[in-house]
Design a protein around this ligand. Sequence first.
Ligand SMILES: Cc1cc2nc3c(=O)[nH]c(=O)nc-3n(C[C@H](O)[C@H](O)[C@H](O)COP(=O)(O)OP(=O)(O)OC[C@H]3O[C@@H](n4cnc5c(N)ncnc54)[C@H](O)[C@@H]3O)c2cc1C
Length: 496
Amino acid sequence: MLTRREWLQRGARAGAAVALLPTGCSRPSQEPTGVWVNDIHSKLNRTQVSRIEQPASLEAVQAVVSQAGSQDRAVSIMGGRHAMGGQQFGADTVLIDMDRMRGIYEFDAEKGEVEIGGGTQWPGLVSDLIERQRDSRSQWGIVQKQTGADRLSIGGALAANVHSRGLTYKPIVQDVEAFTLVDARGEVLRCSRQENRELFRLAIGGYGLFGVIASVRLRLARRQKIERVVEVTDVSEMEGRFTERVEEGFLFGDFQYSTDIDSESLLRRGVFSCYRVVDPDTPMMEEQQALSRENWLDLLELGHSNRKEAFDRYSSYYLGTNGQIYWSDTHQLSTYIDDYHLELGRRIGPLSEGTEMISEIYVPRAALAEFLEEVRSDFMANRVNLIYGTVRLIERDEETFLAWANQPWACVIFNLHTAHDAASLQVTAEHFRRLIDSGRHHGGSYFLTYHRWATRDQLLACYPQFPEFLQLKLKYDPEERFQSDWYRHHRALVSG
Ligand SMILES: Cc1cc2nc3c(=O)[nH]c(=O)nc-3n(C[C@H](O)[C@H](O)[C@H](O)COP(=O)(O)OP(=O)(O)OC[C@H]3O[C@@H](n4cnc5c(N)ncnc54)[C@H](O)[C@@H]3O)c2cc1C
């Protein structure tokens, strides 16, 4: 069996870093050098980087970082390009695309741990694990992943310290045993709760500013059969209903609220779907209801053009799946259609122009109903173009430096449609700032991952440790080798 280091070096035999063009990235037609890149979902982070490197081994990552150092160039790091605040790109940087650092290096079936490349994406990990354990009665699977999109990398998951729809989980830091980091000097460090502990706390949730996460040792959970239990209910009952589900031992759950701006149901009624563990001998049904790609496109179309119908169709589909049995890992995979606005454009024309931009606001669970009522009035008054949204729970993260889950929050996701002209973006940014203020008014906070529209006051109120975070960044990376537009923006914001 290969050692971790041998595995990480394996790609080096096939050559060092190569500069390919990932899908969706283009070379500029005018300039002789440089590549245009953008994020997948909002497409609001078009950036020209100096070049893209795709290292396939630990040594190739080290070589890229060292070479950038000798050329006095900053480095940015991208995984699946789903962050929307410009964390994965920096203008004029050397962009490391982690796509070739994929795969399982070591699987420990005793402990339930797996060592994987930093560019590994969820679908590959989930299916590789299943394949390796095909003949085992008791199998391991992932604990949690993000919802709504799958082609996201483990490096990106750690960098944003992401969360799922687990009812009693902390962010993903809880599932990380250790990781291997290539630091600003191009050196390799193992980081865990025992080794390089401060870097462990900083790099998880540190948005790629402390080095390249080359591999991750991830804790797994036993794969279990779970039953989906669905009801349509009112926000006013959610705090109690969530508590009941947790007490009854449900593992996952979320509440998808109505976005119908002209109806009584807006942000008041929603589909509450939870998942409980069932006997392992429960048969998997041959024929289960599931939404096809076409069904998703229909729902997205209705989300933009007829929200009453969108909610009716979504809730009747979900109610129809009440009692269906799933696996605890694969049920977390979802359908995300890249560039779905192109198809919506063909169907509904100008209504679809632009993209969605997400925001996530945290409030104390007891304040959820009041917060959503306040948002409801605001959205109606400002005719906010709300496409979809959910409520989930998170437990407190006591480990990472820039912890967003510093309390057991209710997490509310808002996916707003925005056109891309300057005036529309200004209006959308104001919607998001009001959302943050509203959350704060109830003692809450916001997620740094989704946009960089928060004001200085909002940033410092929700993340008072941010100036110290920047100082620690300079302690580990005094030459600011790792940079992104998100970092540059926040550095300027904090310095006032
Ligand atoms: C539709 C959609 C749904 C989402 N759902 C959720 C959700 O349910 N829960 C949640 O918490 N988040 C969610 N997100 C946010 C998403 O999880 C984060 O933005 C995540 O960081 C994206 O991972 P990525 O692989 O696409 O990384 P990228 O967007 O490419 O990069 C994000 C950050 O990670 C850094 N990074 C990436 N790889 C590495 C590496 N190997 N080493 C060091 N740094 C690295 C980048 O530098 C950057 O700072 C969602 C986003 C979208 C668009």
